[in-house]
Design a binder for this molecule. Structure first.
Ligand code: BTN
Length: 278
């Protein structure tokens, strides 16, 4: 393990000097931990957040047990992506925190646009997609007490053949989307800047601006969706008609007209399919 007090080799792209500089420029971060290999940055971030407090970035070259939403595995090979977790103590009551995943997705979208010229959309609740394929995912865990851990996985350098068979064709990377190999450091820097801007808006209560941006970035609005509710497993089918004040998806179902507000879930089907969108 290397942390803010330690030092990495000078040849590594995410060097100690680099991480010192980017976190030094980032008001919501006080410390970082870099691991060559870890089971999950999210696990480590929550553990270290509990002992050392918020303001922490945990980033790893490789995760051996990267965790996705709903118990899924996040494929995180060495050097291929940005695998990281932020531990924050947002200056708003916990009932507003669901918006944090949405603004993380907005920040990733902005960073990819600015740094790599890739136009992505957000597939509710928190996948970032490019041409119908997932380029990044976000995992939010509440806790340690008073804190939230935001886990971010951004595929950067994979080619199609690098993805495991079960996600090949469904997942993409910055390299596939742009045709270029980008530095993870530049993408991290761009993401932290963009995230800082959105976090400041969140903390200032500018939820309307966040929701407006989410609506603009949403890939589902106006499409027919089938969503499996988290927990109950109930399938909700209808037209995605809005994004609510906490980032929830508003779906208009069947007859009689009934609007359902979904806080979390998995999108099973989208019509017309997202492949036809950017
Ligand atoms: C998803 O789309 O299912 C969420 C994926 C989140 C993956 C990231 S990678 C860094 C952090 N550590 C983990 O174990 N998971 C998150």
């Amino acid at each position: 393990m290397t942390d803010s007090a330690g030092s990495l080799g000078p040849d590594t792209e995410l060097s100690a000097a680099f991480l010192d500089r980017v976190t030094g420029d980032t008001p919501f971060l006080q410390r970082w931990i870099w691991e060559r290999q870890v089971d999950s940055t999210q696990r480590l971030a929550r553990e270290r957040g509990a002992t050392d407090g918020p303001g922490l970035l945990v980033i790893a070259d490789e995760q051996t047990r990267g965790r996705g939403r709903q118990g899924r595995t996040w494929f995180s090979p060495a050097g291929a992506g940005l695998w990281m977790s932020l531990v924050l103590a947002p200056r708003r009551p916990g009932d507003a925190w669901p918006l944090l995943t949405s603004l993380t997705a907005l920040a990733l979208r902005d960073a990819l646009d600015a740094a790599a010229g890739i136009g992505c959309g957000i597939k509710w609740p928190n996948d970032l997609n490019h041409r119908g394929r997932k380029i990044a995912g976000i995992l939010a865990d509440v806790g340690p007490p008073g804190m939230v851990a935001l886990g971010i996985g951004l595929n950067v350098r994979q080619t199609d053949g690098d993805f495991p068979a079960e996600v090949r064709g469904l997942a993409t990377s910055v390299r596939i989307a742009s045709g270029a190999v980008f530095s993870r450091g530049a993408l991290l820097d761009g993401f932290l800047r963009a995230f800082g801007g959105w976090l400041a808006r969140f903390e200032a209560g500018e939820d309307a601006a966040i929701i407006r941006a989410l609506r603009g970035a949403s890939l589902l609005l106006g499409r027919t969706v089938v969503v499996v509710r988290e927990g109950s497993g109930e399938e909700v089918r209808g037209e995605a008609v809005g994004i609510g004040p906490l980032g929830e998806l508003v779906v208009e179902t069947g007859s009689p007209m009934r609007q359902v507000r979904l806080m979390s879930g998995s999108v099973l089907r989208v019509v017309p399919p997202l492949e036809v969108a950017s």
